[in-house]
Ligand binder design. Sequence first.
Ligand code: HEM
Ligand code: HEM
Length: 445
Amino acid sequence: MTNNRKIPKKRNFLYHIHPPSISENVLRPTHTWGLGGSALVLVLMQVITGILLLFVYSSEMSKAYDSIRMLQQEVLFGRLIRNLHHWGANLLIVIVFFHMLRVFFTGAYHNQRNTNWWIGLGLFLCVMISNFTGYLLPMDQLSFWAITICASMFEYIPYVGQPVREMILGGPDISQATLSNFYAIHIALVPVALMILLPFHFWRVRKAGGVVEPVGLNGKDEEKQKKLATVPHLVTREVTAALVLIAGLMIVSVFMNAPLYGQANPGLSPNPTKAPWYFSGLQELLQHFHPFFAVFIIPLFLVLWLTYLPFLKSANSGGGTWFLSANGRKTGIAALCTSLTLIPLMIIADEHASLFLYWFPEISPTVTDGVIPFVLVLAFILFFYGWIKRRFTATTDECIQAICIFLLVTFMVLTIAGIWFRGSGMALCWPWEVSINEIATIKRL
Ligand code: HEM
Ligand code: HEM
């Protein structure tokens, strides 16, 4: 293949998604890590396995649990299909999250790509709602109590929290109305939203001239690179990656069963009662901050920040440079190390010395008491910003990125603590003690 050889232009449906020719760079796995494509494959898998599940699943409160048991025990490949849907859904969250990080850390959300960032946020919401609503459908102890605990978090949102909670649940508690609402949202509303947003997302990538080009990769600039035909060079690689992903998911689903505990029992709450793993970080925050800050102010800040990001004009506005610069990588590592050492220590200290929530331990904490720890955390972030700036003579972009990395790693540490280090009564414990407590209270089938 010679440089910039003319690629014959034939009609092909794929050219709606990809340009007819691509530069050599695009073929490198590190270009996007295949994360957006993998997310698409998983969404399609969810739709296919979801439709198959519909043949057996019953959304009547009294029959839902038995329909899942029947599916697992009596339907040919029923357990496999359920496992595929379950593990696929969990993997989707991880992949979409990493896709978001790839976009963020290559600065691929500026200029003409900003719309795609906002569409992406909509897609992320859809994926989370799908997972959350799907979680209730098996109607076992795990799902019933996880949704109960999540719904109770809404109560801390001022004015609208309680009505929104009742609207979602279709009443004060989980009932047939809740299951019907979740079912409709799960199998109709969100899939339709996904089918509208996804083509729009891909069209925007194409409109922006394709995925952001890595800058200065091996010193080659774009003009000097070989041009290759998209079909077969890119497409065969994409299909292979998709098949490998599906095969991996199949293997996991053959050997690992999706959990199904005893039938939901509103009178017997398991100990500990945990939110689904992707909300564990939020639940962990509740252990340290007043609920008003943990479930309202902090998530609100996060959503506003994510929405505002594309408005920030940065030196990397063209996108393509991982972590902005060499100095950006150094400040990022400093933020990572600070979070990895500080946050576990704070979690342990708070458990024993009640640093955050029980600021005034002699009285029960009110919202005003919660203000002090929150302000202290904000003050620390400002201090950290100043420290990064002075210590690394960092630019504003690098400082902002370091703060983002600090918050991101903190969120991951909180999530890990919530999933693996919280046992009976939500007290800190070792991971093997967590499962002993759970199994003691709810029977696994
Ligand atoms: C179901 C979820 C999603 C799917 C299937 C999906 C799929 C894709 C695909 C296939 C691409 C092009 C190649 C690549 O980067 O891998 C892409 C690019 C992009 N995605 Fe997503 N995406 C999803 C969620 C998100 C989220 C949550 C965000 C951010 C909030 C996002 C923001 C973007 C942006 C800004 C681009 C353009 C990147 C560039 O030009 O380099 N996407 N997406
Ligand atoms: C992004 C897409 C989707 C995600 C993330 C998702 C996620 C989930 C999750 C986490 C569960 C609970 C699985 C379990 O542990 O038992 C579930 C159950 C279920 N989903 Fe989906 N789902 C998606 C799309 C669909 C679609 C399109 C349909 C049907 C049209 C569907 C139908 C079902 C049914 C019938 C169940 C109950 C069976 C069961 O719990 O095993 N899902 N889904």
